[in-house]
Design a protein around this ligand. Structure first.
Ligand SMILES: [Zn+2]
Length: 361
């Protein structure tokens, strides 16, 4: 049963906060630690001003970075090459790893096989229609390169591509503007830093990707992963051909590729998040949206609200740590905690905070 969140009854029982909230909480033995007491005092102070409805306060919640992992790595494959179907896909599937394939519509062959890609595991991203150099595109072409590829992928693969990779990693303002209308994140090449810290805010339409090259030894790729894990950051690999000297750009040896996957799999067991570009960018951008949400205290309680951009995928769930003196509700339903961590649905665009010990273990 859904408790009457905003009912007078409810609040007269739980949230009479002007006079006796401190004693009330002491009696409930919620405030054992000074830290919690201070945090609760802050929160109650925020709630204690119902006459100042719409006043904005900081939020006593913490989003766990990288979906609760130490660090994140994304593998991306550009240009829809045959080796992506023949080598990358089966090797990823074998290990249960998720990656992103940025396909070029003009180069997309063996469509039936691309259609069979399990979309819950592997992401299809947009890498333009023609792979023309962005600097040479006329303004109207910038639009069609993004839009027509989006429609093609939707119509032929049944995929709504929400991420983009710039051809030649070349960004122009016009192309970037079109990308931002259809996608929520885009990958380029070098931007000055390949290791993105969770507390920084990137340009969502210029996420860097480290280029895998034929001459690069496995140890160097392992070094990228190690550096990423040590720093607790996100790094993105940009891979083209795998053993394809004729059609693929900078093809890497198949044995180097599979050894890299084995390395990632081992690191995954130690807490690394190996996920598609869209999964990581989606979680991270969702975190920023949530952290930018507004906590509004009203006569009835505290509600946090945020907006979700239209290009965003559905179903993103954030791992949110909340203090023990709060109960969290979405859609009128109390959220269950797992060791103080809640699964908060971004799509709900709101989170209600109520004083009272959580039921979480
Ligand atoms: Zn390309």
């Amino acid at each position: 049963m859904v408790p009457p969140l905003f009912g007078v009854q409810h609040f007269s029982n739980r949230l009479v906060i002007n006079r006796s909230w401190e004693q009330e909480f002491r009696a409930e033995k919620v405030l054992a630690a000074t830290r919690v007491l201070l945090a609760a005092a802050w929160f109650v102070a925020a709630l204690a001003a119902p006459c100042l409805a719409q006043e904005v306060h900081p939020i006593p919640l913490t989003v766990l970075p990288w979906n609760g992992h130490k660090a994140a790595v994304s593998l991306t494959f550009d240009d829809a090459l045959p080796s992506h179907l023949d080598v990358a896909m089966p090797e990823l599937q074998k290990r249960g790893l998720h990656a992103t394939f940025f396909v070029v519509i003009a180069k997309l062959q063996r469509l039936d096989e691309w259609k069979k890609l399990p979309s819950e595991a592997q992401e299809i991203g947009n890498h333009s229609v023609s792979h023309a150099r962005p600097a040479g595109m006329a303004p109207e072409q910038e639009g069609t390169e993004v839009e027509d590829a989006t429609h093609f992928l939707q119509g032929n693969l049944g995929v709504r591509a929400r991420t983009f990779a710039y051809p030649y990693s070349e960004i122009t303002p016009g192309l970037k503007d079109w990308v931002s209308r259809f996608c929520f994140a885009a990958r380029t090449g070098f931007t000055g830093n390949y290791y993105l810290a969770p507390d920084s805010t990137p340009d969502w339409y210029a996420i860097p990707g480290q280029l895998a090259k034929t001459q690069t030894p496995l140890s160097e790729y392992q070094g990228w992963v190690d550096k990423d894990v040590a720093a607790g950051t996100w790094t993105v690999f940009q891979i083209h051909g795998i053993g394809e000297a004729r059609v693929g750009y900078e093809p890497i040896a198949p044995q180097t590729f599979t050894a890299l996957l084995d390395y990632l799999k081992a690191k995954q067991a130690e807490g690394l998040w190996v996920a598609s570009f869209g999964e990581v960018a989606g979680y991270w951008r969702a975190q920023k949206i949530f952290e930018g949400g507004k906590l509004v205290t009203q006569a009835q309680g505290a509600v946090m609200r945020w907006d979700v951009p239209p290009q965003f995928p559905n179903g993103i769930v954030l791992k949110v740590k909340a203090p023990a003196y709060l109960r969290l509700y979405q859609g009128g339903r109390q959220l269950a905690a797992d060791n103080g961590v809640y699964s908060v649905a971004l799509d709900a665009k709101a989170l209600t905070l109520v004083l009272g010990e959580s039921d979480g273990k």
